[in-house]
Design a protein around this ligand. Structure first.
Ligand code: C2E
Ligand code: SIN
Ligand code: SIN
Ligand code: FE
Ligand code: FE
Length: 361
């Protein structure tokens, strides 16, 4: 199955014929490095109460226990367990969910994530139904793992390339971490208004760090030049975009990843992150909505971090000057919605900067 999300909705339709009050099936994936659990895909009747929401497993003891024991959990009455301090609890109740079945899933021995089934009715998950859904859960988990693995491989391959090239470039790990977080922050802010899916946010976060992979093809005397580039040098510099696209294409071919649906998103991020909203960018000179949203978001995140970072050719700008620059160019160089989404989250921006500081060696 190529598209896990579509598969999950189809399966949900099928299950609903047997279990009409089964109103939500969701897969949450665990990010081990950061201890985050976040929705990967869901099929929900009506709005998802838990979109754009992530929890730390360590701060959610009830889920943590399931990971350790491998047991499934039925909650017959979610209202009873209502914890006003928990955002998670609050959202479930707000969505009118009555009961839940939670099944931990593993890839080999590694905890992979959870499957959540919900019903608006209390006490909906009877033991025979739990048995049935447990069987389905095996299938769903295999498919989810299959969909994510090639992306992990691609990420791994790209990170290896980056490792080799990093010493040449002022683009540190911290830069990559920050800009992908800015991109996610923008997408999360735009999410509700623009009807973005969790999946979009997740892949944007995974792929944004790769926007400049093509810089490995740029010679040192240009990449590391301490002064302003000549026109000719800048033309060479701009070729990092097409070089990046070529790298993605050859990796996709050699890993047999052509069927990954999200390769398109990766290509857009690499290929269009220097397009400008008014058509003045490169390499295509696309305009407005011709530029894919993921590329417009990446552009704002990239430039904001470039401005606030030291480069061989420039000093770091203070935040307020970088904000003013984005604001001045919102609607011309940048998509105004993306700029606004960043500027209304100044506290989060500072949090990200505090979290992802440059390492000094
Ligand atoms: P980068 O350093 O990651 O910068 C990404 C983008 O941030 C730039 O894309 C530009 O839109 C914005 N930006 C960065 N610094 C400044 C700045 O001081 N003022 C303004 N107004 N915008 C800034 P751009 O211009 O297409 O450049 C792409 C890449 O080319 C840069 O990536 C950098 O690696 C290189 N580059 C650009 N200009 C120079 C330069 O004068 N000297 C050197 N050595 N490299 C340069
Ligand atoms: C979900 O979106 O269903 C996963 C988040 C959680 O239950 O903690
Ligand atoms: C964010 O999610 O936007 C910032 C915090 C983080 O990812 O660590
Ligand atoms: Fe670039
Ligand atoms: Fe960049």
């Amino acid at each position: 199955m190529e598209n896990f999300g579509r598969g999950l909705s189809e399966l949900h339709d099928e299950l609903r014929q047997k279990y009409p009050a089964l109103c939500r099936v969701a897969v949450a994936v665990y990010d081990k490095e950061r201890d985050f659990l976040k929705t990967f895909h869901h099929s929900t009747d009506g709005e998802s109460p838990l979109s754009f929401y992530q929890v730390k497993l360590n701060e959610t003891p009830s889920l943590k226990r399931l990971v350790e024991t491998g047991e499934s959990r039925v909650v017959d009455n979610l209202q009873d367990g209502y914890d006003p301090k928990s955002e998670h609890s609050r959202r479930l109740i707000a969505a009118g969910l009555g009961s839940s079945l939670t099944i931990p899933i593993y890839n080999k021995d590694q905890f992979f994530g959870f499957l959540f089934f919900n019903s608006r009715e209390a006490g909906y998950f009877k033991s025979t139904m739990v048995e049935g859904l447990t069987l389905y859960s095996r299938l769903i988990s295999v498919l989810a793992i299959q969909e994510l693995m090639p992306i992990e491989m691609l990420k791994g391959a790209v990170e290896t390339v980056r490792e080799f090239s990093r010493h040449r470039d002022a683009e540190t790990a911290a830069h990559i971490d920050r800009m992908s977080r800015y991109a996610r922050l923008i997408a999360l802010e735009m999410g509700p208004k623009f009807n973005l899916q969790d999946e979009f946010v997740e892949y944007l976060f995974r792929f944004a760090p790769l926007h400049d992979v093509g810089k490995v093809a740029i010679p040192d005397n240009i990449l590391l030049k301490e002064g302003k580039l000549t026109e000719e040098e800048f033309t060479t510099m701009q070729s990092h975009v097409s070089a990046g696209l070529e790298m993605i294409n050859s990796m996709v071919n050699s890993f047999g990843l052509a069927t990954i649906e999200h390769v398109e998103m990766l290509r857009n991020i690499v290929g269009y992150h220097h397009e400008a909203y008014d058509g003045s960018g490169y390499i295509q000179g696309l305009k407005g909505d011709e530029i894919p949203l993921e590329s417009r978001i990446t552009a704002v995140a990239d430039v904001f971090d470039a401005l606030t970072s030291k480069r061989p050719y420039k000093e770091a700008w203070p935040n307020d000057e970088a904000f003013a620059y984005l604001e001045r160019n919102a609607g011309t160089k940048f998509d105004k919605n993306c700029v606004d989404a960043l500027l209304c989250n100044l506290d989060r921006v500072e949090q990200i900067q505090a979290l992802c500081k440059e390492q000094t060696f």
